[in-house]
Ligand binder design. Sequence first.
Ligand SMILES: Nc1ncnc2c1ncn2[C@@H]1O[C@H](COP(=O)(O)OP(=O)(O)OP(=O)(O)O)[C@@H](O)[C@H]1O
Ligand SMILES: [Mg+2]
Ligand SMILES: [Zn+2]
Length: 258
Amino acid sequence: MAEQETCAVCGGTGWRSVNKDGVAAVERCDCVLNERVGNMLINANIPPLYRNASFENFNTQPENPIAHRQLQTAATIAASFAREYPYGTKRQGLLFIGDPGTGKTHLAVSVIKRLISRGFGAVFFDYQNLLERMRASYDPAAGSASRDTYRTALECEVLLLDDLGAHRVSDWVEDTVTSLITYRYNNNKPIIATTNLRDPEAGDAPLSSAGIGGDSSARYYLTERIGQRARSRLFEMCRAISTRGVEDYRIRKGKMLQ
Ligand SMILES: Nc1ncnc2c1ncn2[C@@H]1O[C@H](COP(=O)(O)OP(=O)(O)OP(=O)(O)O)[C@@H](O)[C@H]1O
Ligand SMILES: [Mg+2]
Ligand SMILES: [Zn+2]
């Protein structure tokens, strides 16, 4: 096996000499910073399917004017959030809302990857999986891993909550997600969430008239799945980005392969 290469700049010490206005000093070497970013990326738990997702490979469909406008807006808001965080935005989070396969998770992952490369900690959580783990953590026989997972979801710097509300409602689910969102809200900790669920605040038409304007999609409102209190805090914390009505990329790709 090849030996790990020693950094040519710092000789493996992690510090490099610099000269500031004629005064010799030392600074953290880039190799240390790069290793830190590498570790944070591993700890971010990004699912393999999305590891390569980025703003660069997000296709805004220039050939389709309506989808293009929506996807371009979504990508621009997401990229400027990732570039300017923690400054520049009044709201410290993002809520991607729209139909399945419209790039919500792709963009959300692109945001956290960029934040991590800038040195901020961010962790990906699948909502259903997180709930299962939290349920397991109430079992005295369960290991500490489940409890650690919940602690990470509460405390990590930026939380990506993927597919929020994708779960049958119960009082327990509603209480649990409310306590998670409330904790982060009270402590000024940002959330980036994605959801298929419908919400008028994000421009979704009411269900009664759905289907008329090509607004296919969700049969449930966000508030029905996570409760009013969690929803209200989420909208206060997050800027909503809608991809409702854009064609499902998974199906589109399938068609192109035919
Ligand atoms: N505009 C796009 N450009 C490039 N790849 C895309 C685009 N939109 C989606 N994809 C890819 O298509 C797949 C589905 O997208 P993604 O998972 O982001 O959709 P989603 O909106 O989160 O869907 P769901 O609601 O089902 O979770 C992913 O592999 C993603 O990388
Ligand atoms: Mg998704
Ligand atoms: Zn070095």
